[in-house]
Design a protein around this ligand. Structure first.
Ligand code: DOR
Ligand code: ZN
Length: 352
């Protein structure tokens, strides 16, 4: 008998959609599964003030056309961000967080902050008005091993931030380690984490054995199996501090298969069915809707979506490469199969 799942339409609380042509190509994939997404601001130049965020939101709106999708914006925290920028954000419902990239951590992070304590006044203001800080939690130091970057960040920077700004709402994005998970579990309700499908699904062996797969190269880098298990366990635990954020990060194929490659996994195409299958494997399907459609909205004080989506358990082949107009992207689970497909005919999607 065919198995179905119907749920409140999910939100993606960590998403890169880029701009221009790429934006147009990826949004239909996003909007099939997600009603809202928190859009990352790491364009070049970065989306660092309200005007830029509203402009970017307008461009996303133009690209959305007849899709049912509501973007929520973030501002890029730079050394030049002022408390006044935070005050201005208070009156703008569509801006829901500041994004902190340690300078040098990942794509377009060179505009980021070297010492977060330079932003003390900005953080004070955020704490005061309740604007959350979304954190790329990796230390940037060539002496720190790439696999230890999250753990060292948690031990040295995050723990201090949480102690010094006890009311500040903080999201440890794309948590990828035991230490990150434990930290979030042990701190107050003002601290939460997003979890990607790829950090739940894959460990570093998947990337490095049987031929290096550079399309699985991302930040934070995939970790060993014990870390993957901790992330998976946190996601299916039913703890409201852990919620869905894909960190889908499209890079055209040339930037993923060259001599030097960019970090980022493209998962908007199929992350949702992958998450669902992982919850099913853990006998936790009944907890999925809260993870995908409630906990994140609650943390950001947004209403729950009214729309519902329905999927059936059926195998779907994932192409090795997606070709959309002129753009070629390598999807998560490239050339493999997934086990769920949307059944709602209006949102039915044909593989490009
Ligand atoms: O792998 C990643 N890619 N991690 C990030 O944090 C950023 C992202 C991107 O924008 O390419
Ligand atoms: Zn990201």
């Amino acid at each position: 008998m065919t198995e179905f799942i119907t749920l409140r339409k999910p939100d993606d609380f960590h998403l890169h959609v880029r701009d221009d042509e790429v934006l147009k190509c990826v949004l239909p994939h996003v909007a099939r599964y997600f009603k809202r997404a928190m859009i990352m601001p790491n364009l070049s130049p970065p989306v660092s003030n309200i005007e830029m965020a509203l402009d970017y939101k307008r461009r996303i709106g133009d690209a959305v056309q007849n899709l049912d999708f509501n973007p929520k914006m973030t501002l890029y925290l730079t050394p030049f961000t002022k408390p006044e920028d935070i005050k201005a954000a208070r009156n703008e419902d569509s801006v829901i967080a500041m994004k902190y990239y340690p300078a040098g951590a990942t794509t377009n992070s060179e505009y980021g902050v070297r010492d977060i304590y330079q932003c003390r006044k900005v953080l004070d203001e955020m704490q005061k008005i309740g604007l959350p800080l979304s954190i790329h939690g990796e230390i940037v130091d060539p002496d720190i091993d790439v696999f230890d970057r999250e753990q060292v960040f948690v031990d040295t920077i995050l723990s201090k931030l949480v102690a010094d700004f006890p009311q500040l709402k903080i999201i440890l994005e794309h948590v990828s380690t035991i230490e990150g998970v434990q930290f979030v579990e042990e701190t107050g309700d003002n601290v939460a984490a997003t979890i990607t499908a790829h950090h739940m699904l894959l460990n570093r062996n998947h990337m490095l054995l049987n031929g290096i797969k550079s399309y699985l190269f991302c930040f934070p880098i995939l970790k060993s199996e014990k870390h993957r298990k901790a992330v998976l366990k946190a996601a299916v635990s039913g703890n409201k501090k852990f919620f869905l954020g894909t960190d889908s990060a499209p890079h055209e194929i040339a930037k993923k298969t060259g001599l030097v490659n960019a970090g980022g996994i493209y998962s908007s195409f199929n992350a949702l069915p992958i998450y669902i299958e992982l919850f099913k494997q853990q006998n936790a399907l009944e907890k999925f809707e809260a993870f995908s459609s409630q906990f994140g909205a609650d943390f950001y004080r947004l209403d729950h979506n009214e729309e519902r989506i329905k999927l059936e358990r059926q195998q779907v082949e994932i192409p090795e490469v997606l070709t959309i107009n002129q753009l070629q992207l390598i999807p998560l689970k490239s050339g493999e199969t997934i086990n769920w497909r949307l059944v709602d005919s209006e949102t039915e999607f044909s593989v490009p």
